[in-house]
Ligand binder design. Structure first.
Ligand code: IVH
Length: 699
């Protein structure tokens, strides 16, 4: 019964996922979808025996981390020859037709994301691998499973039992803008363009982060042995039937003028698309002709990419201004004479930093070329020197903060200048308070940006700790406030004392500690005291924390002003400890484990699973260890010691069986060979490993 219900929910959720993300035609409300998803997740939690790596519930992702195994491509992932010139494109077509006679072409958009190869076995997603060096790539299956438009199970039943399909993981502009806005608010570096953001996201350690970032996936090429198709067009139509997202912005062209038309049309129309493209790919349609043409060392001779030129406009810099961020970072901005570029009016362009400005020798009053390449924020790519006034002088970068007059500093390895006056520079102080009250941090309603400025300018707050000393009668006389809103503000400040520790930690505004990092830190260290006392080495043990973040954390807690704020926040009653964890099961209660070697998922993830099921992790092999979970390449000395102490050694599979199979590695279908059980990993599937890449079968 339960099993049937689970299957039914999975089938329904798969169907509605497809309708929503592939066909863009949802049939049920988000609420109905979420209700079904909740029911499925509950049932799966209660019945780990029915776990399935391709269940639609995996789309939510996991907070656990993944290291990526390298997988050899069964068919190499080649690149394409490319050109910016129609003339060269025509020569390419002529060369093909000289060899193969008149033939048809499929023109497609060239999607500007990151290439992915998906392998399906018996209609189920088996593996997703990045391009890597073309011969081998990273296994990013866990992350790709969270991309809603990637089918986990195919529709219909006429798919080949084993095949690969290739395409592009894309970040639509809407997701990109949202992501960068979030990163900016966290003081994190912005992604330069959706392509980098898509590639960076795919290499994220935690699939739950990937799940939230709104990636999309468009497929454009099948690969396999003896695929039953004569043409590329036919293969893509079939792929669409099987549930893949295949672009409908493609066309069969019979001649050069038709190809030119397609290019000309999309060179303009692409600006209306919700995702980035950087050209058109022209491919021979007929597989027999493709085979006849073959490959060069790097690329097929039957396809070529025509790349769009970035759109440029010429305009004048009216003035240069400087923004001071919450972290004190200074960003120079060019205020431009408004100009139309790629469909939008551009008024400002970032100048990045002093070095970048000096490199281009940018001066106020200059006529400059503004470009919108893959980047959303327009950039200045050059100066039209012929229009530079004779009396123009080189621009000297500011030496003092435009807001508070403090001499600027530059930190090692950082391109930007900083205003170091953290406790006295208005935009920094206000920026920090605004960050603190954000919805994702302390969520203090009624206190918007303007009110914070008002409080600051009336000397009511100087730090976030001052918020907790505010009284309604101090607020109500302020302009635009009144008694009612004053009371509301005080009430929501009071409520913020219940906000969980992870969000408080995020709200402190430690450099580079975004929402996710704060979550991991809270999860790993459990209390603020533990974070404050952690050494650099201990900090980097937490997921997502690298040395740069560790240093920023240490620096934050070394500052007396910050420590004083923390003391006051603690006294006010904010949550400085994580709430107790809920256990997934008690299967490992009372048992101690050492995790060693490499697994199909990261060691941190394995450790988290041990804790989630009531077990305890120990760092070293000793008499008090009950089990060693042994992965690939476990140190022989450790193994020997364990054997000597008579500790039971578990393979990854045995371990997963102990916890009821939940989260077992996708590829672990066979019983582990007892000889090699200790080194079994379950990840690289032999098929992909054994095969030498072949060239002739990209059809
Ligand atoms: S076909 C052997 N079709 O462009 C050729 N590639 O510059 C297989 N790309 O690595 C690729 N849109 O990541 C093909 N419609 C499209 C594409 C496309 C984007 C990317 C792909 C490839 C790169 C080559």
């Amino acid at each position: 019964m339960i099993r049937e219900r689970i299957e039914e929910l999975r089938r329904q959720l798969d169907l509605h996922n497809f309708k929503y993300y592939v066909e863009n035609a949802p049939e049920i409300s988000d609420f109905e979808f979420d209700t079904m998803m909740c029911e499925l997740q509950d049932l799966e939690r209660e019945h780990p025996e029915y776990a399935d790596p391709n269940s639609p519930s995996v789309r939510v992702g996991s907070d656990l981390t993944a290291e990526f195994a390298t997988v050899r491509h069964r068919y190499p992932m080649l690149s394409l020859g490319n050109t910016y010139s129609l003339e060269e494109l025509h020569e390419f077509i002529e060369r093909i037709e000289r060899e193969a006679g008149q033939t048809d072409y499929v023109c497609e958009l060239k999607f500007d994301g990151t290439a992915i190869s998906l392998t399906y076995e018996n209609g189920c997603l088996l593996r997703a691998v990045t391009r890597g060096d073309g011969v081998a790539g990273d296994d990013v299956t866990a992350n790709v499973r969270t991309v809603r438009s990637v089918p986990l199970r195919l529709r219909g039943n006429d798919w080949p039992p084993y095949f690969e399909i290739r395409g592009e993981i894309l970040m639509p502009y809407a997701s990109f803008d949202r992501l960068n806005a979030e990163r900016e608010a966290n003081g994190e570096a912005l992604f330069a363009n959706p392509r980098n953001a898509a590639a960076g996201t795919l290499k994220q350690q935690a699939s739950a982060v990937v799940a939230r970032r709104g990636l999309d996936c468009t497929l454009y090429q099948l690969a396999g042995d003896n695929l039953p198709f004569k043409t590329h067009w036919e293969s893509l139509q079939k792929a669409r039937e099987w549930g893949f997202k295949v672009s409908d912005r493609m066309r069969i062209c019979h001649s050069v003028p038709e190809i030119d038309d397609f290019i000309r049309y999309w060179d303009t129309a692409r600006h209306e698309l919700p995702f980035p493209t950087d050209g058109v790919v022209i491919k021979v349609n007929d597989f027999a002709v493709r085979r006849q043409l073959g490959f060069t060392a790097k690329a097929p001779k039957w396809a070529v990419a025509y790349k769009f030129k970035a759109e440029q406009a010429l305009t004048r810099i009216d003035s240069i201004s400087f923004q001071v961020g919450r972290t004190g970072a200074i960003t120079p901005v060019a205020n431009l004479e408004p100009v139309l570029l790629a469909g939008t009016t551009v008024r400002r362009a970032t100048l990045h930093n002093a070095e970048q400005m000096a490199l281009l020798d940018i001066r106020p009053g200059d006529w400059v070329y503004v470009e919108k390449g893959g980047e959303i924020i327009p950039k200045i790519t050059g100066v039209d020197l012929s229009q530079r006034p004779a009396d123009s002088l080189p621009f000297s970068y500011i030496t003092h903060c435009p807001e508070c007059g403090t001499p600027l500093v530059r930190y090692e390895g950082e391109a930007k200048h900083y205003c170091p006056n953290q406790s006295g520079c208005r935009p920094q102080i206000i920026g920090r308070i605004i960050h603190f009250i954000r919805r994702k941090a302390l969520d203090i309603e009624g206190l918007g940006e303007e009110t914070v400025e008002l409080l600051y300018d009336n000397s009511l707050v100087r730090t976030v700790a001052d918020l907790y000393d505010l009284r309604a009668e101090q607020l109500s006389p302020l302009p635009r406030l009144g008694e009612k809103s004053a009371e509301n503000i005080i009430r929501s400040i009071e409520h913020s004392k219940e906000v969980p520790f992870a969000r408080v930690l995020f709200g402190l505004g430690i450099r580079f500690v975004g929402e996710t990092t704060a979550k991991y830190l809270a999860e790993h260290f459990r209390t603020l005291d533990a974070v404050m006392q952690a050494t650099r080495e201990e900090l980097v043990e937490a997921d997502e924390v690298g040395e740069r973040i560790a240093d920023a954390i240490r620096e934050y807690f070394a500052d007396e002003t910050n420590l004083d704020i923390i003391r006051r926040l603690r006294a006010a009653g904010l949550q400085f400890e994580a709430a107790a964890r809920e256990l997934a099961s008690e299967a490992l209660a009372g048992k101690s484990f050492v995790v060693s070697g490499r697994f199909s998922r990261s060691r941190d993830e394995m450790k988290a699973l041990i804790e989630a099921h009531g077990g305890k992790n120990l760092a070293a092999v000793s008499g008090s260890v009950d089990y060693i979970v042994a992965g690939e390449k476990m140190g022989p000395a450790k193994l020997k010691k364990a054997e000597k102490l008579g500790i039971r050694i578990l393979s990854e599979e045995e371990f997963f069986r102990m916890i009821g199979g939940s989260g077992a590695p996708a590829a672990a279908e066979e019983e582990p060979d007892p000889e090699t059980a200790a080194t079994q990993t379950g990840t690289p599937v032999p098929k992909a490993e054994e095969a030498e890449p072949r060239q002739g079968e990209l059809f």
